[in-house]
Design a protein around this ligand. Structure first.
Ligand code: SF4
Length: 1002
């Protein structure tokens, strides 16, 4: 059987290995999956072990009492356990075994570690709902009050630490650390502190105490979250392996039945195992330890998912005396590609010396090392080269572009679009596709008609024929009246302004939303989606991407309905908000025509794949190797059970990742570096060029010229005159003859590039916060300042407003005499508003924190004798082409007749650097000096959070510079430059749903 697959001698040795432990170190492209499946086939069909009684084979081993039946009677499928890490890999292994042995009635047990453990536990009456990472986040977010959080919580974003906490607990579980173990660890730390305490100074004592309190909190939350999850009849994915290990330790007879049954255990991608998984294997495999581990330490790239860096060392210890087979024949790449890849990976520490990769392939083309001056030139050159290759006959699907992080592909995507090069992005979430953003906007306003951002998106659709100037007028009124866009349109409809809505689609849209809102009161959310699609008259052709995305969303809804009690829109909406906040993604199905398009994906996603042509994008400092992101909650080294990591573990893992990327290439490989002239390239570029022989023989450097501006300029940088949307076709059908989803897509790009009339003589009215918004993201500034799109209340703003009012009230009361905290408390309770809080937990947490902060505020100010000169002092400072507007929170007199300007802060206490750089304080100082004719010698951020003041000053020169910066911003605004600046802040931006930077129109 095995010879039919033309195995080479090393492969054959691995496949035909007898009993006892075997480690197969399989280089890239060396036929690892073939070997592991052929080994299974060989075990099943080897001498005297053909599948004889397939009828006896169960779906899954029934452990108790079966061992005798099978012992010594040849290898039956149920005697084989093959474990891997992903469902996809498990399915592929099953497929190959089935293909090799079509007559087999039942397959061996081939699954992921997690699925195997779940089955083992389920057979012990373990009926639990499994929670993945996002599920755990949502579960804990809904039970925040029961967790016992103190340090690890953020008022403005209650779920901010939940992923970090869950990652930490998973990390503990990977090391088989239980809540009780961690409690003991925290207690030991505390005992040590008590002993050391007398010898410590105050600062050291405080630091150590805080550290211990944090550890105690971790122990508490670990225990509480575990208890909550179990009481709800659930289990986190991360807990399955430790729970199975515990079961085996607690019930040796159960373990023994599995040990008897699984005479051969095979593990694929062994380099990705962690301590808990190795412990599980140690228990499962009985003498003569017939375990086969296949993997490659050079391709260990999943440390972030919990893989240990030292899996093979653990294998040595767990299964001593194992045989090692190296699969060092690469069937994939040319010699030059392999030599270049080996030069890179040789810079890493490796498990043990291994033979060089061999190949019978030709020398091949050189490895092209591109050097670009910037990312846009890189993208332009690369797109030209891809176009050239396609023109010369390379099918687009043979070309892959790999990148370290998804955000890096954007300039190249733009260049592909310009050249009409077909491309398909793997790992895309459907939630960023236009059709889903459209449907989500509709569902938003069905659920809450006052969601102005969603209604703005929907009204932009040409079908609703709602002119932008009318929409702008309505939004302006909504901003002025502090109400929603829907409120304004409703009020126009009721009043004499109704005629303004004539000819627009608003009456029809309003009827549709009303009908669907009513329907949603009793229908399931999937039924609602169906009806919405029906009412919008959307139909999708089989090859239409949008249809596949909608189908994936429908499945997501169905899955949620399976877990939900109510299945209605209201509960779905709460879940969906959390799902988004937790970073949940719904992966897009692979497009039908992806084989005819250039493949774009992260290097991680490319593992296991191969392409004739590979481009590695942006091997640049801080991009590749990627900057290290340390875990927010570090796992204590003292608790580590596996081998200690090397000091430069991050750099080594990044190098392995690039090695994985390089070795995906069969024939042509381009490695693209970006560095300005005179600047150092990425460390990995130096690594690749570190062997003079290989550099001279195998690498070819290409200097990419700087692309001309017209090639690279992002179209959104320039204002584009807005085209008025065309009117709908006046058929009986609501949407005329529209098919597909194009009829509901808003022209976001054109709309967001809207130009405004700003007369040269008109003074721009700006505030410090408006300028800061422009600096952070001009597009956001435009949405709020010119588009006048009101957003809903936000908890942090509501709270900040209340606390400002309380501080002001305090000084009003002080003018009448001493102030008690209780007086301020009464005021606080009176002005409290529930607007914008995510839920009761957040509101109560804010309330509690606010009262505590005010209590300290009162006590800190008891001895203050100088009362403020003014509070909330309004200014309107004319700077020529700009008028600066604002209010100074408080002006205090100083003994030398100068003044202190105070800005109260809630939220994260500002640092000294924040104060020194603050535009707001600079603007205060300018207004106080130039309009109020005061002498501001002290500028203060007063944090109500910790009741600490941070002080700074501004010199006249500083203020001149600030005026210059303000004029610079004004010039940009007059030029109407409002490019989006996508980045981390987008997560908190209310305009994300209407922001063109987030629209993946593929
Ligand atoms: S989503 Fe991001 S890029 Fe878009 S407007 Fe908001 S901050 Fe700017």
């Amino acid at each position: 059987m095995t010879s039919a697959f033309k195995l080479n001698p090393e492969q054959l040795k691995a496949v035909e290995h007898g009993e006892g432990p075997l480690l197969i170190i399989a280089g890239p492209g060396s036929g690892k999956t073939r070997v592991i499946t052929q080994r299974i086939v060989h075990l099943l069909t080897g001498a005297g072990s053909a599948v004889e009684e397939p009828g006896l084979l169960p779906d899954f081993p029934t452990p108790a009492g079966r061992s005798e039946e099978y012992s010594g009677a040849g290898i039956q499928p149920e005697n084989i356990l093959a474990l891997t890490f992903t469902e996809k890999a498990a399915r592929e292994m099953q497929r190959r075994v089935r293909e090799a042995l079509p007559e087999l009635e039942a397959l061996p047990h081939i699954s992921t570690f997690h699925a195997f453990c779940y089955e083992v536990l389920r057979k012990r009456h373990f009926e639990r709902t499994l929670l993945d990472k996002v599920d755990v986040w949502i579960f804990l977010r809904q039970r925040m009050e029961s967790l016992g959080l103190q340090f690890y919580q953020k008022l403005a974003e209650p779920g901010a630490f939940l992923h970090s906490l869950n990652d930490f607990f998973s990390r503990c579980q990977d090391e088989l650390i239980e809540p009780a173990d961690f409690e003991r660890y925290a207690e030991a730390m505390d005992r040590e502190f008590q002993e050391l305490s007398p010898s410590l100074d105050a600062a050291e004592r405080t630091l150590m105490q805080q550290d211990i309190q944090k550890k105690q909190e971790l122990a508490r939350v670990f225990r509480n979250s575990r208890k909550l999850i179990e009481e709800a009849g659930s289990s986190s994915l991360g807990s399955l392996i430790p729970e199975t290990v515990r079961l085996f330790d607690r019930e040796p007879e159960v373990l023994e039945s599995y040990r008897q049954l699984f005479r051969y255990v095979l593990v694929d991608e062994f380099q990705d195992t962690n301590y808990a998984q190795v412990e599980l294997l140690k228990r499962l495999v009985k003498p003569p330890l017939s375990i086969t581990a296949v993997g490659d330490d050079d391709q260990a790239i999943y440390r972030f998912r919990g893989a240990s860096h030292g899996a093979f060392k653990m294998f040595d210890e767990a299964f001593p005396g194992h045989e090692t087979v190296f699969l060092d024949t690469n069937f994939r790449s040319t010699k030059r590609i392999l030599r270049a890849a080996e030069v890179l990976i040789a810079k890493n520490d490796r498990y043990q010396a291994k033979p060089h990769l061999q190949t019978s392939r030709e020398e091949g083309a050189p490895v092209y090392l591109l050097q670009s001056p910037d990312f846009l030139s890189e993208a332009a050159w690369m797109a030209d080269e891809v176009a050239r290759l396609i023109q010369h006959g390379t099918p687009p699907g043979d070309i892959a572009v790999l990148y370290r992080a998804h955000g890096y592909r954007d300039p190249l995507v733009e260049q592909f679009r310009r050249r009409k090069i077909p491309f398909a992005i793997r790992g895309l979430s459907i939630l960023s596709t236009v059709i889903l953003r459209d449907l989500v906007a509709y569902l938003n306003i069905i659920h809450s008609p006052h969601d102005t951002v969603s209604l703005t998106r929907v009204l932009l659709t040409p079908r609703w024929n709602f002119p932008e100037d009318l929409a702008l007028e309505a939004r302006k009124q909504a901003s002025r009246d502090h109400c929603s866009l829907c409120d304004v349109l409703e009020s126009w409809g009721r009043s004499g302004a109704a005629n303004r809505l004539e000819g627009t689609g608003w009456p029809e849209l309003r009827r549709l939303l009303g009908e669907l809102h009513k329907y949603a009161e009793h229908a399931s959310v999937t039924a609602l989606l169906e009806r919405l699609i029906g009412r919008l008259e959307l139909s999708f052709l089989p090859q239409d991407h949008d249809g596949a995305y909608v189908e994936a969303f429908r499945k997501f809804l169905e899955k949620w309905e399976g877990k939900s009690e109510s299945r209605e829109l209201g509960s779905f909406w709460e879940y969906f908000q959390y799902f988004r906040e937790a970073g949940g993604q719904i992966e897009a199905p692979e497009p039908e025509n992806s084989a005819r398009a250039v493949q774009m994906m992260s290097v991680h996603a490319a593992k296991g794949l191969e392409f004739p042509v590979v481009f590695i994008l942006s091997v640049a400092p801080r991009r590749f190797p990627h900057s290290e992101q340390k875990a927010v909650i570090e796992f204590p080294e003292a608790l580590r059970k596996g081998p200690p990591p090397p000091a430069n573990i991050h750099e080594q893992e990044e190098r392995r990742l690039l090695y994985v990327g390089l070795t995906r290439a069969e024939d042509r490989l381009y490695v693209s570096s970006v560095a300005k002239s005179g600047k150092k390239p990425s460390l990995f570029i130096s690594d690749l060029a570190s062997n003079p022989t290989v550099e001279a023989r195998d690498l070819e450097r290409i200097q990419v010229p700087e692309a001309p501006p017209e090639t690279v300029e992002a179209p959104r940088m320039q204002p584009v005159p807005r085209e008025r949307p065309s009117a709908p076709k006046p058929q009986g059908s609501l949407f005329g003859d529209a098919t597909g989803a194009s009829g509901i897509h808003p022209p976001l790009n054109e709309w967001a590039s809207h130009t405004f009339v700003i007369k040269p003589e008109e003074k721009l009215q700006l505030s410090a916060s408006a300028i800061e918004t422009y600096d952070a993201c001009p597009q956001k500034f435009m949405f709020s300042h010119y588009m006048k799109i009101p957003t809903g209340p936000q908890a942090a703003l509501t709270f900040g407003n209340i606390m400002h009012q309380c501080a002001r009230r305090y000084f009003e009361l002080r003018r009448q005499g001493p102030v008690q905290f209780e007086q301020l408390q009464v005021h606080f309770e009176q002005i409290w508003k529930g607007a914008g809080f995510e839920d009761d937990y957040q509101e109560q947490a804010y309330k509690k924190a606010g009262l505590e902060q005010l209590r300290v505020f009162v006590s800190r100010h008891e001895t203050v004798t100088m009362l403020p000169l003014a509070a909330e002092a309004h200014f309107s400072l004319d700077l020529g082409d700009v008028v600066l507007e604002g209010r100074i929170d408080q002006i205090n007199p100083l003994p030398d007749h100068s003044v202190e300007l105070v800005d109260y802060k809630t939220g994260r206490p500002p640092s000294q650097k924040d104060a020194d750089k603050s535009l707001q304080l600079s603007v205060y100082a300018l207004a106080a000096r130039d309009q109020m004719h005061l002498n501001p010698t002290r500028l203060t951020f007063y944090s109500l959070t910790n009741n600490e003041a941070v002080r700074t000053v501004r010199t006249p020169k500083d203020l001149d510079l600030v005026v210059g910066e303000i004029h610079e911003v004004a010039t940009q605004i007059r030029k109407q430059l409002f490019p989006p600046q996508p980045g981390f802040a987008c997560k908190y931006c209310d305009y994300e749903l209407i922001c063109p930077a987030h629209e993946e129109s593929l």
